[in-house]
Design a protein around this ligand. Structure first.
Ligand code: GDP
Length: 308
């Protein structure tokens, strides 16, 4: 099977294309998906399914600093992609995120797909969260009114070899890998980690998420979104210790409480995915970190977010 994959140079899209090399990739280099005059982007006819990974994404700080940009870009892209897929009669699998679930006061943990719209998202990322919730709403609406085969999947925090290592817009794993690496080469005695270190997160190796999405693209045609992430939680403090240990950093780690913690936790259930028949296993965090760190060290400074 071949697919059209949006967000082809991103963390997830690049893993999907690596697993499915006959697929076609779209990135900002060959197509600006926010440009609403570009509905012709999926007219080369070699596929019948679009996997929509393209999004404006960022870590906890960028989501707060540029809350309107996150909303605008994603809504524009989604409008365009869904319209094109409707006209081209393509199946569509769109990628959401567990950070769009309602904040803790409104939900029961672990987060199940039926709770997606039960209350407002966390205040630190409401622009991104509502733009992605609208992607789910629009997919369902098109299915209902036009009979489109549109589905959505919900990964948790992804990480992997092709991550964004920019310290202000990146997520925690690539940021910490870069911070420890630069501390080692510059002989710095201290590395600063944002927040209290207490929040809990689930991390999924991007290659695992790519495998599951390809499996769902083949095997799932339902309306209900599907949580796909590794449901194992780790505190940010323990994550920092795992990364510093793997990188053999011997200085101290300081937590900077003036930086945001974001949500305290957002544990997700993958029971629905299991009930659909997915029998795979997730890459253990330590194994995925090892591969990510090794690849980063070989390529540094030639990694996304460091070299422009
Ligand atoms: P989130 O899941 O949307 O909050 O995504 P992030 O990956 O940006 O942040 C996850 C957690 O890691 C938050 O509690 C952050 O405060 C914490 N964190 C610690 N150090 C860093 C850092 O250097 N960069 C980022 N992005 N987060 C950090």
């Amino acid at each position: 099977m071949s697919y059209l994959v949006t967000g082809a140079t991103g963390l997830l899209g690049s893993e999907i294309l690596a697993l499915s090399p006959e697929s076609v990739g779209l990135s900002t280099k060959n197509c600006n998906l926010t440009d609403t005059s570009r509905l012709d982007f999926c007219q080369n006819g070699k596929f019948n399914t679009v996997i929509h990974c393209a999004a404006k994404v960022g870590g906890v700080k960028a989501n707060t600093d540029y809350v309107a940009d996150f909303f605008d870009s994603n809504v524009r892209m989604n409008m365009n992609v869904l319209q094109a897929c409707k006209e081209g009669r393509f199946k569509l699998v769109s990628v959401l995120s567990t950070c769009i679930y309602p904040d803790s006061a409104y939900v029961k943990y672990p987060l199940s797909e039926d709770q997606l719209h039960l209350g407002p998202p966390h205040h630190t990322n409401f622009g991104y969260a509502y733009s992605k919730r609208m992607l789910e709403v629009q997919s369902r609406a098109y299915r209902q009114q036009f009979g489109c085969n549109f589905t959505t999947v919900i990964p948790n925090n992804l990480y992997g070899v092709n991550d964004n290592y920019d310290l202000s817009s990146g997520h925690v794993i690539p940021s910490l890998i870069r911070k420890f690496h630069e501390a080692i080469i510059n002989k710095k005695k201290e590395v600063v980690i944002w927040g209290t270190g207490k929040p809990l997160r689930e991390f999924t190796f991007a290659r695992d998420a790519a495998q599951i999405i390809l499996w769902l693209a083949e095997n799932y045609n339902g309306e209900k979104p599907v949580n796909i992430g590794n449901p194992e939680q780790v505190s940010i403090e323990n994550l920092a210790l795992a990364i510093s240990g793997e990188m053999r950093y011997s200085g101290t780690i300081r937590f900077d409480n003036t930086k945001p913690d974001g949500q305290f936790m957002k544990p997700s259930s993958n029971q629905f995915l299991r009930s659909l028949g997915w029998k795979g296993e997730y890459t253990p965090l330590r194994e995925g970190l090892k591969e990510t760190i090794n690849s980063f060290k070989v390529r540094y400074p030639n990694v996304r977010g460091v070299m422009i």
